[in-house]
Design a protein around this ligand. Structure first.
Ligand SMILES: [Zn+2]
Length: 120
């Protein structure tokens, strides 16, 4: 990974962690509501909860990309081992799959060779 790409990933990781901390603060205050009652506050709260899980996934993606970089595996597909197209990496710097494997439905994909966090 180029130094520039590392900088971009680190900056995005930092930003995502800040957003997560911010969301966590907002999520501490769950508005009261009765069953069947749709208040805007609870809708906002639930949207923040959904945003939180998206953020967690992004943080995981960024962390894994940086880990793969230090392991020398960055830029190779974790499924087939092929080089990932540089243009694809420029647009999705955290991707771990080549375009071919990304298009295979999850269920019929072979398991990743470099998957380290299977326990999670
Ligand atoms: Zn592949």
């Amino acid at each position: 990974m180029s130094k520039d790409a590392q900088e971009v990933l680190r900056a995005e990781l930092l930003q995502a962690r800040r957003q997560l901390a911010d969301l966590d603060r907002q999520l501490q205050h769950k508005p009261d509501f009765e069953i069947g009652e749709g208040s805007p506050a609870i809708i906002t709260w639930e949207m923040n909860l959904a945003r939180r899980s998206v953020l967690l996934r992004r943080i995981d993606d960024f962390e894994r990309a940086l880990e793969r970089d230090s392991a020398g595996a960055y830029g190779t597909c974790e499924y087939c081992g092929a080089q990932i197209n540089p243009e694809r990496l420029r647009i999705l710097p955290h991707t771990r799959q080549c375009i071919k494997c990304a298009n295979i439905p999850k269920g019929s994909r072979p398991s990743a060779r470099t998957r380290q966090r299977t326990a999670e």
